[in-house]
Write a protein that binds this ligand. Structure first.
Ligand code: NDP
Length: 329
């Protein structure tokens, strides 16, 4: 029995190839659960893993794909039986372990989460790591006291995966969402997801000399980092929190500590990769209950395994809108 996978191999020190290849089950890495993958997606990290010298992949040939959803085919672990629907994000799968750009994946049972009953495997990958991280960010903001009556919540990088899911969930929970985008053409899309205001990226992505501006945002889900995050910190309302999820605009933070000291602003770090199992379960349950399915459907761009090399390059350029859902079969 053979199956298809997108295999990345190193041609020389500065080049890699990415080709849909037929593999056999005995070529899969070790693990206690074999999953018939149904859907995967493309994340910023996947884009990196398709590039040479990416600092993430340790050995070649390699199958990328940092997340997937599918059905258990074989299991040596009592928690999972053949036929169970499962979802996987994180744990460096797709980086140091073969991932979801494949019709078959073998992983450790500890890395899996049972799919919530209300979600299909396709919907789970429409959410993907990006949406899972967005949900973790919203939970963190709530745990730090955020409530819909406190005012507008800013979402940066709103046209991307993290931003789209954050906008849809926050809108559904009754928040006023201000969505930052550098692509004015995404305005109707963002409004349809639940944004009540669009903020142009150019209005907010340069650092100003004043460390504090007027108190504008009750909370923020930030997918961008860099100068935009630094600027946003100075615009937060007293006691407000920013959940730092991403670095689409840069990893440096040229910020002042004044917003922390004079306004009690909180900067909350969000990591989706090493989250404990209980937090994963809770976040997936919240996704199933708080993300409107219709809005999720509107974010989906279908793709196949052979589209992934091109999509990987596009996501690194910030050119993917919403969520790409890859049907690996
Ligand atoms: P996407 O590429 O889908 O979205 C990023 C968005 O950011 C773009 O669509 C664009 O939105 C905006 N953007 C892109 N470049 C710039 C720039 N130079 N300056 C300002 N805005 C920019 O990626 P994801 O949403 O999947 O991921 C977003 C970030 O979150 C990535 O850095 C990713 O690595 C990180 N991430 C972190 C996780 C964690 O566990 N902490 C988990 C998942 C992702 P627009 O065009 O609307 O402005």
């Amino acid at each position: 029995m053979t199956f298809n996978a997108l295999v990345v191999d190193k041609s020389n020190d500065s080049e890699v190839s990415a080709v849909v290849t037929q593999l056999t089950e005995d070529q899969l890495p070790e693990g206690d659960v074999t999953v018939a993958v149904e859907y995967t997606t493309v994340n910023y990290k996947d884009g990196l893993c398709l590039q040479p010298n990416n600092g993430l992949v340790r050995s070649y040939p390699h199958v990328p794909g940092i997340d997937f959803a599918g059905t258990v085919e074989k299991s040596d672990d009592s928690r999972y039986q053949p036929g169970d629907k499962v979802v996987l994000t994180g744990w460096r799968v797709g980086e140091i372990h073969w991932g979801g750009f494949s019709q078959l994946a073998r992983v450790n049972a500890d890395w899996l989460v049972p799919l919530p009953e209300l979600l299909t495997t396709k919907q789970a990958m429409a959410v993907g790591t990006a949406g899972f991280a967005a949900m973790l960010a919203i939970i963190a903001l709530e745990e730090h006291g955020l409530h819909p009556d406190q005012g507008e919540v800013l979402v940066t990088g709103a046209g991307g995966g993290v931003g789209s899911i954050a906008t849809a969930v926050l809108g559904n929970l009754g928040y006023q969402v201000a969505a930052v985008t550098g692509r004015p053409e995404t305005e109707p899309y963002l409004t349809s997801l639940g944004a009540s205001r669009i903020v142009a990226r150019s209005d907010i992505d340069t650092v100003v000399k004043r460390p504090l501006e007027s108190e504008t945002w009750a909370g923020c889900v930030d997918a961008v980092g860099g100068e935009m995050l630094a600027r946003v910190l100075g615009q937060m309302k007293y006691g407000g929190s920013v959940a730092a999820v991403g670095l689409a605009g840069g990893a440096k933070l040229p910020a002042s500590v004044i917003p922390f000291l004079l306004r009690g602003v909180n900067l909350l770090g969000i990591d989706s990769v090493m989250q404990p199992y209980e937090n994963r379960l809770a976040a997936w349950q919240r996704i199933a209950s708080d993300l409107p399915t219709k809005k999720l459907e509107g974010m989906i761009h279908p793709a196949t395994l052979s589209d992934l090399p091109e999509l990987g390059a596009k996501i690194l350029e910030g050119q993917v809108k919403g969520r790409v859902v890859v049907d690996v079969n």
